[in-house]
Design a protein around this ligand. Structure first.
Ligand SMILES: CC(=O)SCCNC(=O)CCNC(=O)[C@H](O)C(C)(C)COP(=O)(O)OP(=O)(O)OC[C@H]1O[C@@H](n2cnc3c(N)ncnc32)[C@H](O)[C@@H]1OP(=O)(O)O
Ligand SMILES: CC(C)C(=O)C(=O)O
Length: 558
């Protein structure tokens, strides 16, 4: 089999929803929804190796730490692992009073009874019943008419109602999912949900949760939003209903569908951390929450240490998180390319001058520090990088702030190395080539041993000291208007290397515990070409002497 020339013979386009007066496109998300984590149920049921008690327990604790207040803790009727875990949470007093556990069951008497039994003794709980309602499932899976499908839901609701009488010490809440809502006729979903309402008699004080799953994502996200808005407008006694959104990601737009669904009237979001779940996953509630955060809306969930959260999730799911996954991936705050690096570097410099908190950073929609990330990995260097890249790395790693013109000079050396090695250049690679280029590592042709600076009667400066030439020490001296010019004169007179200083810069270094200074000189060498020198020392004057010798070493080499 190959891909079809005319896929239309096999696949049908999803019919649009007739809702010409749709309101959702002009709405904005201004507040956080209720969040329901289904990591321990929908996420868990999709794993190669479902979680055992230890992993479920760790995940549960993580969700509490993040601040999730409604947690679907499992499918108690699936077997002993889930049943025991859930009843262990209840009996072990592990559910804080502001957290509501939720459990899922098919709409079958034996399964519903087991489900209630697992929660015996709970202070409060949500029991969630589902059955599929869309045409393909009605025909293929159940072989039933609309009326028969509706009856499954009604029966399930009645059994739930009766079970609450048996376990009357618990504050019971109900959730019903017209599973496959996204591929069902909206009017039929409404009809089934209304029938469930008839049985369960929700109130405004104790509303029923209708979860509208895009069990399989089959259309563009605007279609899901239309479906949600139409449902929300059609369901009777809307004030007695909480609309929950439960999107999957088959077309890669599960998050978009959820967000548009919120604009369309959704009150609650179901999903998994980092989007684990059936097939392409459930809606990623971390991304939905942090998308809100970047719009200035408090999501009510705490991802301040996102890497620790990711580590636990990867451990429990035994699945890796993609390096480009929004907000959490290893590479999502990293730029390798030159123009991005240049803009980010300028962005951080501008931020230092800024006197408010507003985040306006080229290429970074969120401050990585808010999620516990540092700025080190924001820029990494390879053959696609520019000056901003290695300059950033040298500044972060060595505390060196290279003058702009020097960055251009050093750039060719970095580019050569990147092309030669064909991989990312790490901080130590850049530092090695920097030391080599500016003769900072020993042995050096001209090496400062010691020196003294004195002032002559005419106001000029005298440099007198020892310089080793290829390891042989020599006493030298020279005179100039300042320290730098006296060193330049010394080198010219003693070694015949004439340098003309064009520019000079110095700064205190920021990296490392000891206070050091860096000095940079731009010179014209004997051959008329530009040569740069760098000096690093605890004493700023000595750093400048070393910078001139560094330039002399460069000139001597050429
Ligand atoms: C979209 C979702 O994520 S739904 C959640 C899915 N999650 C899971 O299935 C994980 C846990 N499930 C399980 O462990 C098992 O499926 C169990 C223990 C619950 C049930 O197992 P089994 O009794 O073998 O039933 P199975 O799941 O295979 O379903 C088969 C029957 O249930 C019927 N059924 C399926 N879903 C439902 C439902 N929601 N309500 C009522 N009946 C249903 C099927 O039509 C089928 O009926 P048939 O035998 O008359 O053809
Ligand atoms: C049971 C329902 C909510 C579900 O998981 C789905 O339809 O994806």
């Amino acid at each position: 089999m190959t891909m079809l020339k005319n896929p239309g013979v096999k696949y049908r386009p999803f019919p649009p929803i007739n809702l010409p007066d749709r309101q959702w496109p002009s709405r904005v998300i201004t507040q956080a929804p209720r969040w329901l984590s289904t990591d321990l149920r929908d996420g868990n049921q999709a794993l190669i190796d479902p979680m055992g008690a230890e992993k479920k327990s760790r995940f549960f604790d993580l969700l509490l730490k993040v601040g999730v207040k409604e947690i679907e803790v499992g499918f108690p009727a699936s077997g002993a692992t889930d049943f025991d875990f859930i009843s262990g949470l209840v009996k072990g007093g592990r559910i804080p009073s502001d957290v509501t556990p939720q459990v899922l069951t098919q709409s079958r008497r034996d399964l519903i009874e087991t489900t209630f039994a697992s929660l015996e003794g709970a202070e409060k709980a949500i029991v969630h019943v589902y059955n599929a309602v869309s045409p393909a499932w009605r025909r293929i899976v159940f072989g039933m008419s609309r009326a028969e499908i509706k009856q499954i839901a009604i029966e399930g609701a009645k059994i739930m109602r009766d079970q609450t009488a048996k376990y009357h010490g618990t504050d019971w809440h109900f959730e019903y999912s017209p599973e496959t809502f996204s591929t069902a006729e909206v009017d039929f979903s409404v009809e089934v949900c209304a029938a469930v309402m008839e049985v369960l008699q929700p109130t405004t004080a104790k509303p029923i949760i209708f979860n509208l799953p895009a069990t399989v994502e089959c259309a563009t996200p605007n279609v899901y939003a239309d479906q949600v808005e139409l449902f929300s407008r059609s369901i009777p006694d809307r004030d007695k209903v909480v609309i929950s959104l439960h999107t999957h990601n088959d077309r890669g737009t599960g998050i978009a569908a959820c967000e548009l669904g919120l604009m369309a009237g959704g009150d609650r979001v179901e999903g998994c951390l980092f989007g684990n779940g059936e097939r392409t996953g459930n809606c990623d509630i971390v991304t939905v929450a942090l998308n809100m955060y970047t719009q200035g809306v408090d999501p009510g969930l705490d991802f301040s240490d996102i890497d620790a959260i990711a580590k636990t999730v990867e451990y429990c799911n035994q699945l890796p998180i993609h390096p480009r996954h929004p907000y959490v991936g290893e590479l999502v705050y990293t730029s390798f390319s030159g123009s991005h690096q240049d803009a980010i570097k300028k962005g951080f410099a501008a931020r230092e001058q800024q006197n408010d908190e507003t985040w306006e950073m080229p290429y970074l929609p969120i401050d990585p520090a808010d999620l516990g990330r540092d700025y080190e990995a924001v820029i990494r260097v390879n053959s696609q990088s520019g000056k901003g890249g290695f300059a950033w790395v040298l500044e972060q790693d060595q505390g060196l702030k290279l003058p702009k013109k020097m960055q251009a000079h050093f750039s060719t050396h970095v580019q050569e190395l990147a092309d030669e090695v064909g991989r990312e250049l790490f901080a130590e690679d850049i530092w090695t080539v920097f030391q080599k280029t500016y003769h900072l590592s020993t042995p050096q042709h001209f090496q400062l041993v010691d020196y003294e600076e004195s002032k002559a009667a005419d106001g000029t400066r005298i440099f007198a000291g020892k310089i080793a030439v290829d390891d042989k020490e020599q006493s030298v001296s020279g005179r100039g208007n300042g320290l730098i010019s006296s060193v330049v004169a010394t080198i010219a007179e003693t070694f015949g290397v004439s340098l003309e200083v064009k520019d000079y810069a110095e700064h205190a270094m920021t990296a490392g515990s000891d206070a050091r200074a860096a000095a940079y000189v731009e010179c014209i060498g004997p051959d008329g070409k530009t040569v740069w020198g760098v000096g690093i020392d605890e004493d700023v004057a000595t750093a400048s002497v070393r910078a001139v010798l560094s330039a002399a070493n460069g000139a001597a080499r050429t």
